[in-house]
Design a protein around this ligand. Structure first.
Ligand SMILES: [Fe+2]
Length: 204
């Protein structure tokens, strides 16, 4: 049988073994590659000023959507009362949907060449949604808080969608209308029906 041809990769004589190559290079630090608030423009046929304006507005709605998302998890954990199980599940479903929106908004910001906010202290600095107490609240209070937060988000989303359409940022307009506004409106419906005071067993 013919001997297999020796490849360069197997030949010890051609390559010097370096024990450092296999080790992870940890504790690295370096300068930022893009400063927050700046645009690293991509070829998406939109002007830099248009991208800059959309990124600023989207970061506001991102902060408020992250806050609304986290408000859902708080209430998912802290809910109490006879409707605990159904609301525990509903709040978590809405949490997951808001979490998807967070990713959609953040990735739109990056697509526009901007930098999305990400960390809790930055979110807390920017959000316009009032901070809830750390303690536990009654179910109707939880739902009212969520409805108020939804309305903050919807109000700014409507205004932003119009501005985006006016300057030709169709992708942002579509995302705000098709994803953000429709999801928030539907969640408002599901929440609101829990505050309708109808009898549970015996009709009035
Ligand atoms: Fe859970």
């Amino acid at each position: 049988m013919a001997r297999p041809k020796t490849s360069n990769y197997n030949s010890k004589s051609n390559f010097r073994y370096n024990p450092e190559r296999g080790r992870p290079k940890i504790h690295q630090r370096g300068p930022e590659i893009q400063a927050f608030g700046t645009i690293a423009k991509l070829p998406i046929a939109l002007g830099e000023k248009v991208c800059q304006a959309s990124v600023e507005r989207l970061n506001q709605i991102l902060a408020d959507t992250m806050t609304l998302r986290d408000l859902y998890k708080k209430h998912h954990w802290q809910n109490a009362g006879p409707t605990f199980y159904q609301l525990h599940l509903l709040f978590d479903k809405h949490y997951e949907e808001q979490n998807d929106l967070v990713d959609t908004i953040a990735e739109r910001i990056q697509t526009l060449g901007g930098i999305s906010i990400a960390m809790a202290p930055d979110v807390a600095e920017s959000t316009i949604i009032p901070r809830p107490p750390k303690g536990r609240e009654e179910t109707p209070v939880q739902i009212s808080r969520l409805l108020q937060a939804h309305e903050f988000v919807l109000k700014e989303a409507h205004a932003m969608a119009r501005q985006a359409a006016e300057v030709g940022d169709d992708g942002t307009n579509d995302m705000l209308v098709s994803d953000l506004i429709r999801t928030n409106e539907k969640q408002v419906w599901f929440l609101s029906e829990h505050l309708v005071d109808v009898p549970l067993v015996r009709a009035d």
